[in-house]
Structure formats: structure tokens, C-alpha cells
Design a protein around this ligand. Structure first.
Ligand SMILES: NC(=O)c1ccc[n+]([C@@H]2O[C@H](COP(=O)([O-])OP(=O)(O)OC[C@H]3O[C@@H](n4cnc5c(N)ncnc54)[C@H](OP(=O)(O)O)[C@@H]3O)[C@@H](O)[C@H]2O)c1
Length: 283
């Protein structure tokens, strides 16, 4: 039986990039999905839209519905879990993957930019967890996965290839550091109720449209990139096993638990935790 048969998952930031990869991998394991992004579609070209992501899963024999919600808006996200449960029933899994990343020097990042990043990257995951937890605790079954980033930590000197990791990414990284810490505390609060909460970050750069500003760095240093399939597989591990309060990195997690990496449709074994990235692909 597929790993997520009978499970329902809400995945934010699922129109493209890592969130869409996780959605496809979870669909292949039998999960029914509510996919969220701030916009449903675009006029004309549907590439990288929520509409396209949902159609891809439904056309492949899975079951997905779309909810457009701007997670930066506290009012708009206040009933997102209720909307998701109305659409597909009680949620077993939430993957808080959507994020906002403003690259700006720490000395100059504005209040509006900081508030927006803290809202999407920290307050939204907390709000969605708090909305879902009563039901998950009652059913004594749930998984909450918060997608984090290595930028939560200041890198060691000398900085590899670029100063980006040293300063302009710091304000965004601080939202992820807060998310990691919150996650650990919540995980220990609710593990006894059968709810498993963790964070997962890419070990390396996943070449998404959101990570385009570091594409040249990845091209110069191929070992600084990882395929989206590695993150999707690690997310699957954290949404069906009983890990508690881990702050995980994708390749390290897969290596530690001895888990192979599969194609997003689940049909093909691609390799192990060291699977190299295609540097020209965009997830
Ligand atoms: N790519 C990497 O190398 C990397 C490295 C470290 C950490 N991460 C983390 O991995 C996660 C995914 O990154 P990614 O590179 O795949 O991102 P991405 O390609 O930029 O995609 C971001 C997703 O989030 C959605 N989103 C953004 N703002 C939103 C909002 N206000 N409300 C609702 N949805 C919103 C976007 O959809 P719309 O635009 O339609 O709203 C899109 O679906 C993030 O948490 C990021 O911090 C990525």
C-alpha cells in the first residue's frame, strides 16, 4: 500500500518549486491534496500556477483541489484550514512550504519587508498549525512539516563563492531561525498526542524560480545544488514516520535513515541521498 493512502494534506506554496515537487510526490503515495498559493492562475500562460499544479495531479489520477490565499494577510489565512477541511475532510498533514524572501542588507531591510517575511514565513505556519492541531490531537494523528533554510545560520568563513550567504539573506534567514525554534517547542508539546512536527531545509540550493538569484553560484559549484526530488523524498519521510522536533537537512536525513530517492511520480528509483542536480532545470 502507498505510504499516504487515506491521508489528506494541505501544502502551501504548491504552485511551483519545492512545494509543487512535494505535492506530486505525496500524490504518488496516495494523498488527497489541498494546494495553496497566493494566486490561482494567470491569464494565458498557466506555467507555474496553482491551476496547472492541480490539473497535473488530477490528470495523473490523483486528487487535488486549489485554494488561493495570501498568507501574508492574517485575515485571509484565518480560516484556511477550515476551508481545506471543508473541501477534502480532516487534515492529516500540513506542509508549510510557502515563503517570502526579500534580499536586502540587514541595515536597510524595511519594516514592511520584515513584517511581510515574518508573516508568510513564521506567523502563517504558526497560525495554520494552531488551526489544525485541535482536530489532529482529537484524532491522535497528524504531521506538520515546516520548510526551513540553511540561511537560519550564519555560514562559516571564508564564505563559499558569494557574500550573499553572509548578509543580504540574513533577514529572511532570521525568520527561518525563529521557525526552527518554534517548531522544536511545538513538537515536544504535541508528540504525546500523536502529532509529529519537524522542520526540513534543503541541504543545498534547489533550482526553483524563487532561487534564481543563486543560479549562477550553483552553475559554478555543482555540488551546491540538489534536485527537487531529494527534498520531496525527505518531506515524505517526515510526513509518515514518527520524528519529533527535528531540524533536518534533506540529504543528511535521507542518508541517516537510508532512504532512496524516487521520481516525483513515485515510479522510478533515481538514486540515494547523493543524487546530483540538473543545473539547467527549474523546479
Ligand atoms: N530553493 C531553495 O534553494 C531553497 C533554499 C532554502 C530554503 N528554501 C525554502 O523552500 C521553500 C520553497 O522554496 P522555493 O524555492 O520552492 O520557492 P518558490 O519557487 O519561490 O515558490 C514559492 C511558493 O510560495 C508561494 N507563495 C509565496 N508567497 C506567498 C504568499 N504570500 N501566500 C501564499 N503563497 C505564497 C508561491 O506562489 P504564488 O507566487 O502564486 O503565491 C509559490 O508557490 C521556502 O520555504 C523556502 O524558504 C528554498
Amino acid at each position: 500500500m502507498a505510504a499516504l493512502t487515506g491521508m489528506t494534506a494541505l501544502i502551501t506554496g504548491a504552485s511551483r518549486g519545492i512545494g509543487r515537487g512535494i505535492a506530486r510526490r505525496f500524490a504518488a503515495e496516495g494523498a488527497r491534496l489541498v494546494l495553496c498559493a497566493s494566486r490561482l492562475g494567470a491569464h494565458g500562460d498557466l506555467k507555474g500556477t496553482l491551476q496547472e499544479a492541480v490539473a497535473e495531479i488530477n490528470d495523473g489520477g490523483g486528487e487535488a483541489v486549489a485554494i488561493a490565499c495570501d498568507l501574508a494577510d492574517a485575515g485571509a489565512r484565518a480560516d484556511l484550514v477550515a476551508q481545506a477541511q471543508e473541501a477534502l475532510g480532516p487534515l492529516d498533514i500540513i506542509v508549510n512550504n510557502a515563503a517570502a524572501a526579500v534580499m536586502q542588507l540587514p541595515s536597510q531591510v524595511s519594516t514592511a519587508e520584515r513584517n511581510m517575511m515574518y508573516d508568510v514565513n513564521l506567523n502563517a505556519p504558526i497560525d495554520l498549525a494552531q488551526q489544525a492541531l485541535p482536530g489532529m490531537r482529537e484524532r491522535r494523528r497528524g504531521w506538520i512539516l515546516n520548510i526551513s533554510s540553511a540561511s537560519a545560520h550564519q555560514p562559516v568563513v571564508p564564505y563559499r563563492d558569494s557574500q550573499i550567504a553572509a548578509h543580504v539573506i540574513a533577514a529572511y534567514g532570521s525568520t527561518k531561525a525563529a521557525l526552527d525554534r518554534y517548531t522544536q517547542g511545538l513538537a515536544h508539546e504535541v508528540a504525546g498526542d500523536g502529532v509529529f512536527v519537524n522542520t526540513l531545509a534543503p541541504e543545498n540550493i534547489v533550482l526553483t524560480s524563487g532561487a534564481d538569484y543563486v543560479r549562477d553560484i550553483a552553475r559554478r559549484n555543482p555540488d551546491m545544488a540538489e534536485p527537487v526530488e531529494v527534498m520531496a523524498e525527505a518531506a515524505l519521510e517526515l510526513c509518515c514516520a514518527r520524528h519529533v522536533g527535528q531540524v533536518c537537512y534533506s540529504r543528511r536525513l535521507l542518508h541517516a535513515v537510508g532512504r532512496d530517492v524516487y521520481s516525483l511520480d513515485g515510479r522510478e528509483r533515481l538514486g540515494d541521498a547523493f543524487l546530483p542536480a540538473d543545473l539547467e532545470a527549474t523546479a
